[in-house]
Write a protein that binds this ligand. Structure first.
Ligand code: BGC
Length: 697
């Protein structure tokens, strides 16, 4: 490198690219094998492993998902979304980086930050939230945590990948405003603020073009508008036209080895179909990537990874309901019912599945503490059929005890990568069991293990509901501590729990049509829909109870050109030291455009001892206050009197303040219709004819 002192850096880099024969540069466009980028000359091959909630390093030669090196399974991202804690995600990134460094992994394939359009998406357990600001804040922490230690993140799946069924062929048709406000905004914030070294382009098409070949997505939006200089990697097997993919901004087709792609590209270069700059830029991108991954790794802290997995599980749990049964009373007798108390559902199925070193259970945690209880299995977890013998045993156990803890959830077979659920309902045998147990013991606490929302028809009849999501390999110990008040639940829902399948705004458009997904509900997705249209739900976005209580005082909001600055004073008025997540929502009742009645703009978790008071400040960047204007194709701030809410959930708005924002010059040229119920209305919203449905290739 010493020669570079006499010539400019850019020229030196060009010379280095040219020094690599075109054949070698062509090979850089494809993985060396299933888990490595191609290495040549001074560009080193990089190793990847699946995440996002633990490492999956495949071993062996089998086809499909192979056995993996044993590792720690942390709670999945749908659980971690409930922490609302960016700093915690930064620590999580650092902990994952430590494992990557130990095992020689350069790139961790995560986090997944797709917008949760429907709770039925089979892979929602791998995603954080139905709110883009929340998803991106957590992703920023995670990515920075990893990369500050020298390990690359690979943010996925870019973009509009909201279904699993048909994901390889489906065209997500999303109007411009909805795209920029809900489906791209979390990627944009993560790209601009955390600068991930790699991004994974999704399987599906977006507005007529495969994501891996989508010039608008990869070149215009990602690179030109957002200034991205990292590597775009294809999802595994997502490239259909390698020439078009390379031309339009994809850097690496995965998995390798190369089955002809580099020859196609070389030929394209020779016959002029592919510009030389495409080769040069790609080589530079791969060189930059390898250099970034080759900085000295930072790995100094000695962390107990299992203890951290437990901490994450405790922080993720959401207390959905509590009529006073929780915490459990140690002096009273306890029945523990449900197969998941013995064999927990603790992680998702598919490419994120960790070969976990060891997994605990609630029973194991109770036994270790010498807590006596009666156990009954209650139901067969992999079946919908009720088993009369198991029900009888469970009723006997419940009858004999003062308090009942019933563990319910979704088995792997109901929720996995590769297909969507057909309903949010729990298996029928589990709902039956609840009804039977209520006949013999009203003091029923339900614990839920599932990756995404389920229907809870009996919710108002039970005493308490504690949502653990998929809480990783130390979820059993975390659960025991939460049940007995040794840890206090502080999670807040990062997605709405609806009352019925048909209540979900995209339900009519989440159809069996595998080739085209029309996002007709537009910006009215998740709580943006339920709150605006006053649609009742089971549990609102941001909901989560505690064993203590909090008082909100003195909300103040002021603004300058950088954005909004909110201050609020919080007091722990109860008996337990605990965390509350202060949530800031804004509203513009006099808006001249169609917009949700409230939107989350900021949040912060605050830990307080009983009686402690603290004033917290939350800064909201101006860009987050804007809507996307399709007339000028950019974000605009609408002038007006905004209401700022300090809230404990999206429908527990404790305090409000008012502030006038001057706004940017804006034509207010956005959608006139609220939800495009018909194809004509949707076409009008899109502003161009619907792409003709094509045949799957
Ligand atoms: C998944 C990716 C994953 C990759 C490698 C794909 O099927 O969609 O998220 O990283 O496989 O296992």
């Amino acid at each position: 490198m010493s020669g570079s002192t006499t010539i400019s850096g850019a020229l030196w880099k060009d010379m280095k690219s040219e020094a690599l024969p075109a054949e070698e540069q062509a090979k850089l466009f494809v993985g060396e094998d299933k888990w490595h980028t191609y290495g040549t000359g001074d560009i080193r091959s990089l190793m990847m492993a699946d995440g996002p909630n633990g490492l999956r390093i495949e071993t062996g030669e089998a086809v499909g998902f192979r056995p993996a090196v044993p590792a720690v399974a942390y709670p999945t991202l749908s659980a971690l979304g409930c922490t609302f804690d960016k700093e915690l995600m930064y620590r999580f990134g650092q902990v994952l980086a430590q494992e990557c460094i130990r095992d020689g992994v350069d790139i961790l394939l995560g986090p997944g930050i797709n917008h949760k359009r429907s709770p039925l998406c089979g892979r929602n357990f791998e995603y954080f939230s139905e709110d883009p600001v929340l998803s991106s804040e957590l992703a920023i922490g995670y990515v920075k945590g990893l990369q500050d230690c020298g390990v690359a993140a690979c943010v996925k799946h870019f973009a509009g990948n909201s279904r699993e069924t048909g994901r390889l062929v489906q065209d997500s048709i999303i109007d411009e405003r909805t795209l920029f406000e809900l489906y791209l905004y979390q990627f944009e914030r993560a790209v601009k603020q955390a600068r991930p070294w790699s991004i994974m382009a999704a399987y599906n098409l977006l507005n007529g073009e495969y994501c891996c070949e989508n010039e608008t997505l990869l070149r215009e939006i990602l690179r030109r508008q957002w200034g991205y200089d990292g590597t775009v990697i294809s999802d595994w097997g997502a490239v259909s036209d390698p020439l078009k993919a390379a031309q339009n901004g994809l850097n690496v087709e995965m998995p390798g080895p190369d089955h002809g792609t580099s020859d196609v590209l070389l030929e394209g270069l020779q016959n002029g179909q592919l510009a030389e700059t495409v080769f040069r830029e790609n080589t530079e991108t791969l060189r930059r990537f390898a250099e970034r991954c080759s900085h000295p790794k930072k790995n100094e802290k000695d962390i107990d990874h299992f203890a951290f997995a437990q901490e994450l599980a405790e922080r993720s749990a959401v207390l959905l309901r509590n009529e006073g049964s929780l915490p459990l009373k140690k002096e009273k007798t306890i029945a523990v019912i449900g197969a998941f108390a013995e064999t927990p559902r603790y992680q998702g199925a598919g490419s994120s599945k960790v070969n976990c070193l060891s997994v605990d259970s609630l029973r194991e945690a109770l036994n270790e503490d010498g807590i006596t209880y009666i156990y009954a299995k209650g139901f067969q977890p992999d079946s919908d059929e009720s088993d009369p013998v198991l029900i009888r045993e469970a009723m006997d156990a419940a009858q004999k005890c003062d308090q009942v803890v019933l563990m319910l959830g979704l088995p792997d077979g109901k929720e996995a990568e590769g297909f969507d659920r057909e309903t949010m309902a729990l298996p029928e045998n589990q709902n039956h069991l609840v009804e039977h147990l209520l006949q013999v013991n009203p003091d029923l606490t339900v614990v839920l293990q599932c990756g995404s929302p389920v229907l809870l028809p009996w919710a108002d009849k039970v005493q308490a509901i504690l949502l653990m999501y998929l809480s990783g390999c130390r979820g059993g110990h975390a659960l025991k501590r939460l049940l007995f008040g040794e840890a206090v639940p502080s999670g807040k829902l990062a997605e709405t729990f609806p009352l019925a399948d048909e209540d979900v705004p995209c339900a009519p458009y989440y159809t069996d049509d595998l080739l085209q997904a029309q996002y007709r509900e537009g910006i009215f997705s998740g709580y943006r829909y339920y709150s605006t249209f006053e649609k009742p739900v089971r549990y609102v976005f941001g909901h989560g109870l505690s064993y203590t209580s909090f008082r909100y005082d003195d909300l103040q909001a002021d603004a300058d050109e950088s954005g909004l600055h909110v201050h609020v004073t919080l007091t722990n008025t109860g008996m337990y030291a605990a965390r509350e997540t202060v949530q800031i929502y804004t509203s513009l009742p006099t808006s001249r455009i169609v917009r949700p009645v409230i939107e989350l703009k900021g949040f912060t978790p605050v830990f307080l001892e009983p009686g402690e008071t603290r004033t917290v400040s939350i800064d909201i960047p101006q860009e987050d206050l804007m809507y996307y204007d399709t007339g000028v194709h950019q974000r605009q701030l609408e002038e007006g009197n905004y209401t700022v809410y300090a809230a404990s959930s999206s429908d527990d708005l404790r305090l409000s303040a008012y502030i006038h924002l001057d706004g940017t010059e804006t034509p207010y040229s956005v959608l006139k219709k609220e939800i495009a119920e018909t194809e004509e209305a949707f076409t009008e919203l899109l502003g161009y004819p619907l792409p003709v449905e094509r045949k799957a290739h």
